[in-house]
Write a protein that binds this ligand. Structure first.
Ligand code: HEC
Length: 132
């Protein structure tokens, strides 16, 4: 009897340890955004052709044409770049998307230097809203 309980215990333990390593949907870790940014609203008027040109030049290689995370560089990334058509992505504030774009994290490059004009970043924020 005792050994049965023991085996059950080992089995459950192994299952728990196993789950820690297998992460089927590769949930990315939370990415906190400072309050100052969270509350920002997009101050520029959407210029779709300008925004689309910026997206193609700087973002499409990883995030894909339609923000599905399926660009040609996606396979080389350690962290998935995410699916921008999901409500989890779209419910973030404009300022959060702005912050993440300028700061970057891990495989996501920060674009503060490459795209120095804030207005261009805001155009990209508008553009990311078209992926739904
Ligand atoms: C070299 C590949 C690469 C390029 C180029 C790239 N990204 Fe990313 N991006 C990523 C990865 C990987 C993540 C996920 C990072 C993480 O969660 O740690 C990400 C995450 C993001 C996020 C946050 C997603 C979320 O779920 O909150 C935003 C916003 C974003 N990228 C915007 C952009 C924009 C705008 C551009 C172009 C100016 C761009 N990215 C260019 C790889 C890239």
């Amino acid at each position: 009897m005792k050994s049965k309980i023991f085996s059950a215990f080992i089995f459950i333990l192994a299952a728990i340890i196993g789950m820690a390593f297998v992460n089927p949907d590769q949930q990315t870790k939370p990415w906190p955004v400072p309050d100052k940014y969270k509350k920002m609203e997009n101050p520029v008027k959407f210029n779709k052709s300008a925004a689309s040109a910026l997206w193609t030049k700087h973002c499409k290689s990883c995030h894909g044409k339609e923000g599905m995370g399926d660009g040609p560089k996606a396979a080389q990334l350690d962290t998935p770049s995410g699916d921008f058509t999901t409500s989890a992505f779209q419910k973030q504030s404009d300022g959060s998307l702005f912050y993440k774009t300028i700061e970057g994290r891990d495989d996501m490059p920060g674009f503060k230097k490459k795209i120095p004009d804030d207005e261009d970043i805001w155009q990209l924020v508008h553009y990311m809203r078209t992926f739904k």
